[in-house]
Design a protein around this ligand. Structure first.
Ligand code: LER
Ligand code: MN
Length: 280
């Protein structure tokens, strides 16, 4: 298991939901705190200075955990299930570039609210639109060894795919090996019956996990039971990323430090226990 933190560059929109802003300043900070990776929130692949990012990651011995795409939706409302085919083509073109990028950085691209809302439309119709676009992107991504991960998001932010169970049902419709889930424990705390047991039940679909506490502050600052979550993930055999997607409160630096200080000891014990089981 590895720990990552969500980050955008300095020019990102205020709506980018990240802890840190500014690759130059914050990639070294994340490394000093002990994070293993950074989740890059991007609006377009072309905004990235790939050479400089490679230097920064190399100098700081960090990797990219995932390319996250919330800004595609937040800026202009483009969605994968738009009624107009040309808008869907636009999203496909943007995502193909993210997939190309992820081929060298992290091999994972997320799909959050960019899937679009139901917005009064019949669910089966929206599912069909989603399945068409997702299959096309997955087939392209497979050749680059990239996985797409859909994030169930709570009812106050979308009306299409709120719970992990709904996410699994949609994965089964898409039916591609590189289409998996990105559960976020903040959303699960609102939508799912349980957190750890529900993740364990669907572990075959869980590729990546967003972590925040119940109040979306750093883990440890609310009332989610993280030790219990780690125990459930351990027994389920999870070995992917946990990525901190939390409010930058009271400040980005304090929130990042609280996250690292609370989660890294749990992650280290987790990895030692996994190593012990592997040897035994
Ligand atoms: C994105 O990862 C997320 O969790 C959403 O709540 C952001 O709007
Ligand atoms: Mn999230």
């Amino acid at each position: 298991m590895k720990l990552s933190i969500a980050i955008a560059d300095t020019h990102a929109l205020p709506s980018a939901f990240v802890v840190y802003r500014g690759f130059e300043a914050c990639i070294p900070k994340a490394a000093r705190l002990g994070f293993h990776g950074v989740e890059l929130a991007l609006k377009r692949a072309s905004e990235l200075n790939v050479n400089r990012l490679n230097e920064l990651l190399g100098e700081n011995n960090l990797s990219v955990s995932c390319i996250s795409t919330g800004q595609v939706y937040a800026d202009g409302g483009l969605t994968m299930t738009h009624e107009h085919p040309e808008k869907r083509r636009e999203v496909v073109a943007i995502f193909r570039e993210f997939i190309d990028l992820a081929g060298s950085f992290g091999n994972i691209v997320n799909i959050g609210r960019v899937r679009g809302p139901l917005d009064g439309r019949p669910r089966e119709h929206v599912e069909d639109l989603f399945v068409g676009v997702a299959r096309e992107l997955c087939d392209y991504a497979l050749s680059k060894d990239v996985t797409l991960i859909l994030e169930p998001v709570n009812r106050y932010e979308t009306d299409f795919i709120n719970s992990v169970e709904e996410g699994v049902a949609l994965m089964q419709l898409v039916d591609r090996p590189n289409m998996l889930l990105m559960p976020d424990v903040f959303h699960m705390n609102i939508e799912d019956r349980t957190i750890g047991p529900e993740l364990a039940r669907h572990i075959a679909y869980v590729k990546y996990i967003h972590v925040a506490d119940s109040n979306r502050l750093a883990p440890g600052q609310g009332h989610l039971d993280f030790p219990a979550l780690f125990t459930d993930l351990f027994h389920a055999g999870y070995d992917g990323w946990l990525s901190a997607e939390i409010l930058p409160i009271p400040s980005p630096d304090v929130a990042a430090r609280q996250t690292a200080e609370f989660l890294l000891p749990l992650v280290n014990v987790y990895n030692q226990q996994r190593a012990a089981v592997t040897v035994a």
